[in-house]
Write a new protein. Structure first.
Length: 173
């Protein structure tokens, strides 16, 4: 489908489609059974002819610095490598309650669109350069049952600029 849902499951999901409409960013979307892991997304990738990104919400030990890290599905996350690329102290996964508070999502629904809720600009967006090389960006619409395919260039150049979150691009093995 290339139209927004008729009913929104979360405030963030509504904000996602309102913003895409405002920015005139076209998308394709699919509604699914709940998909939480990258393994759950294999059929979505096939259906939409794209590769879903892996979106991780990370923080420092004090839970005062936050990172939304977008990488490819096939790469395993290595905290040491991520920290070294950004020249920061070691980080870990943000607890579920902070995921809900800061991103407006539950586990499995982390999405680039959550930066729309980050009006204090507390979350640093970090993108694996391999994601940038893809024509299409596949991600959650803020739920675990709605997934989208959007031009990667439009996400990087239009959406993130609008959301005032300029990404840091890193190279991860």
């Amino acid at each position: 489908m290339n139209t927004k849902p008729t009913v929104f499951n979360t405030e963030l999901q509504n904000l996602v489609y309102t913003t895409l409409d405002k920015l005139e960013i076209p998308f394709e979307r699919v509604d699914t059974d709940e998909a939480i892991s990258m393994d759950d997304c294999v059929l979505i990738n096939q259906k939409m002819n794209m590769k879903m990104v892996k979106t991780l919400f990370l923080c420092n030990r004090q839970q005062t610095e936050f990172y939304l890290f977008i990488t490819t599905a096939h790469k395993s996350f290595k905290s040491k490598e991520f920290s070294k690329a950004l020249n920061i102290s070691r980080i870990s996964f943000t607890p579920a309650e902070l995921l809900q508070e800061k991103l407006g999502t539950k586990i499995g629904a982390a999405t680039i669109f959550s930066v729309l809720l980050d009006v204090k600009n507390e979350i640093q967006v970090v993108i694996d350069e391999e994601v940038i090389s893809e024509d299409f960006y596949g991600c959650s619409d803020g739920t675990t049952t709605g997934y989208m395919k959007i031009s990667t260039k439009l996400i990087i150049n239009n959406f993130l600029n609008y959301a005032m979150h300029i990404p840091t691009i890193i190279q991860i093995q």
